[in-house]
Design a binder for this molecule. Structure first.
Ligand code: HCB
Length: 211
């Protein structure tokens, strides 16, 4: 596997063309699609976040890095999905209300699809009622919620509360993830599982639908 430094640097400076070119070189050199995202793109995005936090980067830099990441993901997604296995279950995915971040959710979705899950992606800024409707109207095994902002962690609990209130909480398992989410938070809001990355999300999903 290459050291992915060219890819990381391109993402970091928001050079989409350079990131795509580096991704092709890395994949041709034997890097797996998942390693490309988890060990190349993800650390670069963490550094983008750090620079934003300390005031070196502003929203335009975040957007440029996100654009570079999305273009890399366009190459990676079909590779992850074509790895497909036997049907595992149906998952509803969504980024919670008030939150627009979707790169991590999309990666989780592609990995789940690649592992044989059917994924219904509700998108970003998903209201609790929309999650309830998806569970009521579709035969869903698992709900996967994503939250990237500390301010939208409340959206995770709101979604879980809405499922309880609609009397459908027992019909599905719920997995949660995203940068500010922790195992302790997941337990505190009554989720069934927590995943810190897309590979773990697949393991957690498999475990939860098996019970
Ligand atoms: Co955003 N942003 N952002 N942002 N952003 C973060 C999240 C900060 C941490 C940056 C920082 O300050 N260090 C910060 C949040 C601070 C906080 O709440 N504690 C922040 C902020 C403040 C904001 C705005 C408020 C900025 C502003 O406007 N002033 C604003 C909010 C907009 C909104 O949502 N309402 C904002 C906007 C943006 C964009 C639009 C510019 C862009 C998002 C583009 C997009 O997603 N389409 C953006 C980005 C790119 C980031 C960072 C830099 C990267 C996020 C990312 O894509 N990571 C992020 C910094 C960071 O996270 N370190 C920063 C890469 C993916 C692959 O990792 O962790 O998302 P991931 O997903 C993993 C993992 O968590 C898990 O698996 C994934 C794959 O391995 N997982 C799940 C995720 N979801 C799961 C669900 C499951 O069920 C299971 C597992």
């Amino acid at each position: 596997m290459s050291d992915l430094s060219t890819l990381r640097e391109a993402v970091l400076v928001g050079n989409a063309e350079g990131a795509v070119a580096a991704a092709h070189v890395d994949l041709d050199g034997g890097t797996t699609p998942l390693d490309l995202m988890d060990q190349g793109v993800r650390p670069a995005m963490a550094e983008v976040g750090r620079r934003f936090e300390v005031g070196d980067y502003f929203v335009p830099e975040l957007l440029m890095a996100a654009r570079a990441t999305k273009q890399v993901f366009e190459i990676v997604r079909p590779l992850l999905v074509s790895a497909g296995a036997k049907p595992q279950g149906r998952v509803v995915l969504g980024t919670v209300q008030g939150d627009q971040h979707d790169i991590g959710k999309n990666l989780v979705g592609a990995m789940l699809e690649g592992s044989g899950f059917e994924v219904i992606d509700l998108g970003v800024d998903v209201a609790p009622e929309k999650i309830v409707q998806a569970v009521q109207h579709t035969d869903v095994d698992l709900v996967g919620l994503s939250s990237l902002l500390t301010t939208t962690l409340a959206g995770v609990s709101a979604a879980l509360e809405a499922l309880v209130k609609a009397d459908v909480r027992d019909h599905v398992k719920v997995m949660v993830g995203g940068a500010p989410v922790t195992d302790a938070f997941a337990s505190s809001v009554g989720a069934d599982g927590y995943a810190e990355n897309a590979a773990v999300a697949v393991e957690v999903a498999k475990r939860l639908v098996a019970h």
